[in-house]
Design a protein around this ligand. Structure first.
Ligand SMILES: NC(=O)C1=CN([C@@H]2O[C@H](COP(=O)(O)OP(=O)(O)OC[C@H]3O[C@@H](n4cnc5c(N)ncnc54)[C@H](OP(=O)(O)O)[C@@H]3O)[C@@H](O)[C@H]2O)C=CC1
Ligand SMILES: O=C(O)C1=N[C@H](C(=O)O)C[C@H](O)C1
Length: 242
């Protein structure tokens, strides 16, 4: 059986993945949290999954590279320097980075890209997300993934049109912007809504995660898929055939 090692094992996602591994055709190689020996975990595991914090990424990738172990990065809040680390590691090992491992969200990204491509520039795009009260990064990784898909559909990059944090008296939207709004509260596992709005009508495409189990199921599927893959950077689209 494929042995999966979990980085961030005592966190909300780590625990959800461990619980599902018990019921799946995989085995648990072990887990680490802040201060744990990720090198030993990488040696014991056939594949690593990292759902921890951006600060962990460098050590996770180094350990995976050292042992030639494929790795799934589920952590969000990643910046350009983290993506550069992932690209460098992908020269030596198989790395899959996914802000959301749920099937529904990855399909939604395709729908959003298509809708943005078909609707004209006079349709404003706003992305609203809500998560539990403990979430530290905003906008969510998924909101950014959906924003990137919308920007691609429009033939631009998210960096050029991203708009967030409106407050005050000078907040009329910029033409062509993709806006983000983040709500935090309670135990919400993850809600995302992409609103396309023009004069007189609106289209809303969205996804609601009812529990973390959908992310955990997708993570295990992706981890098993990664084993034996050539070095390179992969996405959930590769796993799901989207
Ligand atoms: N891709 C996806 O589908 C999903 C992604 N996520 C993302 O996964 C990440 C974790 O989420 P969640 O489980 O809710 O967060 P939690 O805060 O519940 O758990 C994070 C865990 O990571 C550990 N950790 C923190 N820093 C390090 C480190 N440097 N090395 C090793 N372990 C570390 C923490 O340990 P300690 O307490 O000791 O610091 C903790 O156990 C977030 O970025 C979240 O956005 C969440 C859901 C789905
Ligand atoms: O922190 C979470 O909980 C989640 N994080 C991911 C994100 O930032 O998009 C995925 C999911 O929405 C839950």
């Amino acid at each position: 059986m494929t042995a999966i090692g979990i980085i961030g094992s005592e966190g909300r996602m780590g625990r959800a993945i461990a619980a599902l591994i018990e019921e799946s055709r995989a085995a648990l190689a072990g887990g680490v949290d802040n201060g744990g020996d990720v090198g030993a975990l990488a040696t014991a595991a056939d594949v690593l999954v990292d759902f921890s914090a951006p600060a962990a990424l460098g050590d996770s990738l180094s350990a995976a590279r050292e042992t030639g172990t494929p790795i799934l990065i589920g952590t969000t809040g990643l910046r350009d320097e983290h993506h550069a680390l992932i690209d460098a590691a992908a020269a030596d090992i198989a790395v899959l980075q996914a802000a959301n491992t749920a099937l529904g969200v990855n399909l939604l990204a395709h729908l959003v890209r298509d809708a943005a491509a078909k609707l004209g520039d006079d349709w404003d795009i706003e992305i609203v997300e809500m998560h539990h009260r403990h979430k530290v990064d905003a906008p969510s990784g998924t909101a950014l993934l959906l924003g990137k898909a919308a920007a691609e559909g429009r033939g631009t990059t998210l960096g050029e049109v991203r708009e967030e944090g409106r407050a005050g008296l000078d907040c009329a939207r910029t033409v062509g912007a993709i806006g983000f709004a983040s709500l935090r509260g309670g135990s919400v596992a993850g809600d995302h809504q992409v609103v396309f709005a023009t004069e007189g009508e609106r289209i809303e495409l969205g996804h609601r995660a009812e529990s973390r189990e959908i992310f955990a199921r997708g993570a295990i599927k992706a981890a098993l898929w990664l084993v034996g893959k050539q070095p390179g950077r992969y996405s959930m689209g590769d796993v799901l055939g989207l």
